[in-house]
Design a protein around this ligand. Structure first.
Ligand code: ADP
Ligand code: MG
Length: 380
């Protein structure tokens, strides 16, 4: 649980006075649309109640002073000396200030004290949560009038160019633009974003988010291999990206390699499922998301081959224990699953998964239940 009081106390100790405010950026889950982003396709994330919060205030010297409550570590850098690639956790904060500078915005010195309850490295985007909280804080502190999508782009620039993680815009767009009880349907080619209603609580649903705690192995190599397969297939098909496949059967008939055919089938069918999820949600038929989640999981398991035993066990057990639909979410090879449940059922379904993990000799998973929460902004 986040504790705004400890955050204030830490801020006062570091800055010698009260913060000017508290700003937050949420973590996110991707409801559907996996490995579609780099194929110019569609994604549909929603923001979580779990968030990064920064207590922030301007300073009278020339420093950026950063502190993490979780790590109990302080880092300070002169504002004029921000260097991409300096690494470490503070890069997610300093990188945003740098990204604002190189995007032509005038920012000054600040104290930024961070706390977060977004699980780290679980694929729930603890990094974007921090970045988007810092963008919100700096915009308010230094009167910057930057519209939401541009804020997301600045946060992404921080992650890509300062931290050095080559990610798409999904995480930062979700953390910045999402609204309570809505998902964000994002076209990764045009970057057009549409808020789509997901009134889960109102319709009697909650989403179980369960971290399998499987150590990710070979993720970078496998991710690169999937990307290369998609590029290769698009080149053979003579199209800019797999987003442009209009007739799946025809595309498959033009590919000789069985592996490429499977990869293409996942990407193209996942794009269709994401579009269908968008339609279903727009029409308020949330229960109909369930079979789409199931089909997405089967496609990731059989065609894209990015699931692992623990993830498959968690998804199968969730369904057997009464979840309406379930899938792995995130890049794969471990990480989290989501399961659409009736309100109040998530915890007991997760308990059944924990039992199944125990019987199979796996470690204990961690979980929480969620409904779509609001995007970055001022907390107080
Ligand atoms: P994800 O975004 O999936 O959680 P990343 O590897 O992109 O995983 O980002 C995790 C990194 O974010 C951590 O290694 C750490 O540097 C930083 N981070 C996240 N939460 C905190 C925190 N509370 N304090 C300091 N750094 C944090
Ligand atoms: Mg991240």
């Amino acid at each position: 649980m986040l504790d705004p009081e400890s955050l204030r106390t830490a801020y006062v100790e570091i800055a010698g006075g009260e913060p000017e405010g508290l700003w937050f950026g949420p973590g996110r889950v991707n409801l559907i649309g996996e490995h579609t982003d780099y194929n110019d396709g569609f994604v549909l994330p929603f923001a979580l109640e779990k968030k990064a919060v920064v207590a922030a205030g301007r300073r009278s010297d020339d420093l950026l002073v950063m502190y993490s409550l979780e790590l109990q570590e302080r880092v300070e850098v002169p504002l004029a000396g921000l260097e991409p690639g300096t690494g470490g956790w503070s890069g997610y904060l300093a990188g945003v200030v740098w990204a604002l500078q190189v995007s032509g915005h005038t920012v000054g010195p600040a104290t930024l004290v961070l706390t977060s309850d977004v699980p780290l490295g679980a694929g729930l985007s603890s990094s974007a949560a921090i970045e988007c909280a810092v963008v919100a804080a700096m915009c308010d502190l230094y009167d910057l009038d930057i519209e939401p999508m541009d804020r997301a782009k600045i946060a992404r620039l921080a992650e890509n160019s300062y931290v050095g993680a080559p990610t798409g815009l999904l995480d930062q767009a979700a953390s910045t633009l999402c609204e309570e009880d809505f998902g964000l349907f994002l076209d990764c080619r045009s970057l057009e974003a549409v808020h789509v209603p997901l009134p889960m609580a109102e319709q009697g649903f909650e989403m179980l988010v369960l971290d399998t705690k499987t150590p990710h192995s070979h993720v970078d190599g496998e991710y690169g291999a999937r990307r290369r397969s998609c590029e290769e297939a698009a080149a053979i098909l003579g199209i800019p990206a797999l987003r442009d496949v209009t007739d799946l059967d025809d595309a498959l008939s033009r590919l000789d390699d069985e592996v490429l055919r499977k990869r293409v089938r996942h990407v193209v069918s996942e794009n269709s499922r994401t579009l269908e999820a968008y339609e279903v949600a727009r029409e308020g038929r949330l229960a109909e998301l369930a079979p789409l989640l199931d089909a997405s999981h089967a496609s990731m398991r059989d065609d894209y081959e990015i699931t692992v035993d623990t993830v498959d066990l968690a998804v199968d057990t969730a369904r057997a224990a009464g979840a309406l639909g379930a899938r792995m979410t995130g890049g794969g090879f471990g990480g989290c699953i989501i399961a659409l449940c009736r309100t109040g059922a998530g915890d007991s379904i997760a308990g059944r998964i924990a039992d199944a993990f125990n019987e199979a000799g796996h470690g204990r998973p961690e979980w929480f239940t969620a409904t779509p929460a609001e995007g970055a902004g001022r907390l107080s």
